[in-house]
Design a protein around this ligand. Structure first.
Ligand code: FAD
Length: 445
């Protein structure tokens, strides 16, 4: 087993005593099982990272129950110079939530109050669950601009580690207007939470908590639409792919349009009702577009299998979109497939070329207004083979998001420059700024 970085016992004991005194014994734990649970995230999607695990081990977990108590916990850890790894539901991909320097895992999932439902926004403590925010907004006749396919995750975790999801066809990624304000606490002595709006909030997004810990988040809402879960199937995946652009162009814009080969679709939960052996197109559509969507499916040689009404049906499609189909495929054949996010017109225009880059490659596709997004599953041979494919994909005009490293990959220089001010001792989620897996562990990738 790798030697894991850790903080000396005296400092840990002193921090435990302070946290218990400030927040109570029932929200502080050093129980081994709790520490192990808090030390892993969605890294299982990457066989490269899986081979490197464990990469870190929490020494304390604190679970504050309010935004104010999150700030108290951060203040105590900073005083004792103990690293802090913030955590929502721990589903973030690729090691971003692993406490690589040991220390404190700050589990925010119980600080989850909805604070305000405004005319065009909803504000909550950072541990509030995205699907709960969506339902709260729905009761006020509104809907979130977006939520991830991991709809059960926290708003703080989503805006700190995610990028988009259901709703992104119309509204883009989360830093493009969805997050309108955050309350953030810095890792400096006696820091008080600060309210950051608009552009000022952006450097705190998708930064894995390295630039500050979010205590509250305000996100944009829009008028609630009459959504339907639309399920269609086809003889071939090529027919599905041919509909990505026409579906993205439907007016009103769909909330989600996902497509899979029969091999991947066959691993999805059976209650989706995807006919065996058929390629699948699943969409969340405004009811006004159902007739036009049906016409498009028929014209492409497919058939509409079902149109379902109710949020329980649409969220099921969300929770089987983006990374989930590949995750289901991986579960059906443990250790066989890796997962790679890809972006580019070639996903539609040159599907065969894209899928020829890796052995047994299969694309899961998501419609976008601009370039389509996909998740490529392919047989895992070695880390080196995975990396070699990136150049071949680039030659096809396909952008990749390396899922086998844990460094902040969105404006990393900006994040590092801000963290130098907001976290001068490097206590916030150490190991995530500038450290690629190869540099961090010496592993050749
Ligand atoms: C199968 C699968 C499907 C996924 N689908 C999507 C998708 O559709 N769209 C998408 O964007 N992502 C997706 N993800 C990634 C991830 O699930 C989401 O981004 C999710 O919303 C993260 O929320 P979480 O509560 O689990 O956060 P965590 O995983 O706990 O945290 C994510 C990151 O944010 C940091 N963090 C957590 N809370 C705070 C805070 N309060 N302040 C500062 N930093 C904090 C953590 O340290 C970590 O670096 C998927 C992951 C998997 C495994």
């Amino acid at each position: 087993m790798t030697d894991l970085a850790s903080v000396d016992a005296d400092r840990i004991d002193a921090l435990v005593a302070d946290l218990v005194a400030a927040l109570g014994a029932d929200v502080v734990t050093t129980d081994a099982a709790a520490l192990a649970r808090a030390s892993i995230d969605g890294s299982h999607l990457s066989p490269v990272i899986t081979e490197l695990l464990p990469l870190g081990q929490a020494q304390i977990v604190v679970t504050p129950t309010s935004a104010a108590d999150i700030a108290v916990a951060v203040g105590a850890a900073v005083r004792h110079e103990v690293p802090i790894t913030p955590r929502g539901k721990g589903t973030g991909n690729y090691g971003q939530g692993i406490p690589m320097a040991g220390g404190l895992v700050l589990d925010t999932s119980r600080a989850r109050r909805v604070l305000e439902v405004g005319d065009d926004y909803i504000e909550a403590e950072s541990g509030a669950v995205m699907w709960m925010l969506e339902q709260t907004a729905n009761r006020a006749g509104r809907q979130l601009w977006m939520y991830p396919s991991t709809a059960q995750t926290t708003v703080g975790g989503f805006v700190s580690g995610g990028s988009g999801g259901t709703g992104s066809i119309a509204n883009g990624l989360l830093h493009q207007g969805f997050v309108t304000a955050v309350e953030v606490i810095r890792a400096v002595p006696d820091s008080e939470p600060e309210w950051m709006e608009g552009e000022d909030a952006i450097p705190y997004l998708h930064a894995y908590g390295t630039t500050g810990i979010l205590t509250k988040v305000r996100v944009a809402t829009e008028p609630l639409q009459p959504w339907r879960a639309f399920l269609a199937s086809f003889d071939t995946f090529e027919q599905v792919v041919s509909l990505m652009r026409p579906f993205a162009a439907l007016d009103p814009t769909p909330r989600l349009v996902s497509g899979d080969r029969a091999r991947i679709a066959g691993t999805l939960p059976s209650d989706l009702g995807i006919p065996a052996g058929r390629a699948s197109l699943r969409a969340i559509l405004d009811e006004a577009t159902i007739d036009e969507a049906t016409r498009l499916v028929n014209e492409a040689g497919g058939r509409v299998d079902d149109v379902r009404e109710g949020a329980q049906h649409t969220v099921k499609l969300s929770m089987n979109s983006y990374n989930h189909p590949i995750e289901w495929l991986q579960k059906s054949a443990p250790g066989e497939y890796f997962h790679l996010e890809v972006l580019g017109d070639a996903l539609v225009d040159d599907l065969a070329g894209v899928e020829s880059v890796y052995p047994d490659a299969m694309l899961h596709i998501e419609a976008q207004r601009g370039r389509p997004i996909g998740m490529l599953a392919a047989r895992y041979t070695s880390a080196a083979d995975v990396l070699a494919g990136f150049d071949r994909l680039a030659a096809l005009g396909v952008q990749t998001h390396n899922p086998h490293q844990w460094a902040v990959d969105f404006e990393p220089e900006r994040a590092a420059a801000l963290a130098a001010v907001t976290d001068p001792q490097g206590l916030l989620n150490p190991g995530k700024l500038g450290a690629r897996a190869s540099e961090y562990t010496g592993t050749q990738m």
